[in-house]
Design a protein around this ligand. Structure first.
Ligand code: CAA
Length: 285
């Protein structure tokens, strides 16, 4: 029987999760309150599939089949049939808890309630849904989702073994490699990655070198696919700032984890990276 999942949030991460699942043979209900966001997601799905056909990674029939597995909905239209609901909405704890409240009351009692949060506590989200906490788990994908192999699976003390096993199974079905971690601020990925990105902003702010030089040195010297400042633009500078704030509040050491003034300055100016056309770099030309 074909598996059906719902992905709540059609932004960069949600739309990436959707196309990855649909390409792997899973039916997906792509949910977002905004029709504009759903249209953007559909455009991205078509573009990604077209690229895969051009690159002979799939046939046109397979691409058409993948697209036909996705329905675009402003409500939880396929909730009753879904075995997984993956939340990929705005990285804001109150918004996520509200969505989880709706998920817990709308989806069946055996549906896994997963979140793609990059840093918000899975334990706290679990607490907000009471008895459903054993079905709450972190399913942290990486940008760009169709390309990046990892799913960081985060379990809270309340997450059941069955929830963990089913999440690992779904991640593998989607062609990803799941690796489990416990629920601590930033989990593993952002506990390690974000301070490095923040330090790159400090190096820039202190006049050690400009962005091109910092990125060039880290790319060529450490074999990174892209430098930390360009990666910050890809992730979103607002997301980077918010994750640093989670580390700052959750781990203590105020000087170590405070977001760099240069990062905060760009966010406050509305320069959020690729998604706004300008961040550390200018993408408008
Ligand atoms: N969707 C689908 N496919 C994409 C894509 C996207 N958004 N972006 C790139 N690709 C594909 C391209 O189509 C291309 O494939 P083909 O040419 O074979 O069709 C392939 O990826 C490589 O892309 P490019 O040639 O354009 O450029 P590149 O070789 O520089 O690779 C990159 C781009 C994949 C983004 C690479 O630079 C990279 O791996 N960067 C590091 C990304 C990373 O670290 N991500 C994790 C961020 S942390 C995070 O997401 C979690 C968090 O909590 C903050």
């Amino acid at each position: 029987m074909t598996q059906i999942i719902s992905v709540i949030g059609a932004g960069t991460m949600g739309s990436g999760i959707t196309i990855t699942a649909a390409s792997a043979g899973i039916e997906v209900c792509q949910v977002d309150v905004s029709q504009e966001q759903l249209d953007r997601a559909k455009f991205y799905h078509e573009k990604t599939l077209k690229r895969n056909v051009e690159k002979e990674r799939m046939t046109q029939d397979e691409a058409d089949a993948a697209l036909s597995r996705i329905c675009y909905c402003q409500d939880h239209a396929r909730a009753s049939e879904s075995s997984f609901a993956i939340e990929a909405a705005t990285e804001n704890s109150e918004i996520k808890k509200k969505i989880f409240g709706a998920m817990a009351s709308t989806y069946p009692s055996n549906c896994i309630l997963a979140t793609n949060t990059s840093s918000i506590s899975i334990t706290e989200i679990g607490k907000s849904v009471g008895e459903a906490a054993d079905r709450v788990i972190g399913m942290h994908f990486f940008n760009p989702v169709p390309v990046m192999k990892l799913v960081e699976v985060i379990k809270s003390p309340s997450t059941s073994k069955e929830t963990l096993a089913r999440t690992i199974e779904l991640s593998e079905q989607m062609g990803k490699t799941p690796i489990a971690a416990n629920d601590h601020p930033g989990f593993v990925s952002n506990r390690v990655l974000m301070p490095m990105i923040n330090e790159a902003f400090h190096a820039w702010n202190d006049g050690v070198a400009g962005p091109d030089e910092i990125d060039g040195i880290m790319k060529l010297g450490c074999a990174f696919p892209m430098g930390p400042l360009r990666l910050a633009d890809l992730i979103g500078l607002d997301v980077c700032r918010d994750i640093m704030l989670v580390l700052h509040e959750g781990l203590g050491h105020p000087d170590k984890y405070a977001p760099c003034a240069k990062l905060v300055e760009l966010v406050e100016a509305g320069h959020l990276g690729n998604k706004t056309g300008r961040g550390v770099y200018d993408y408008t030309s």
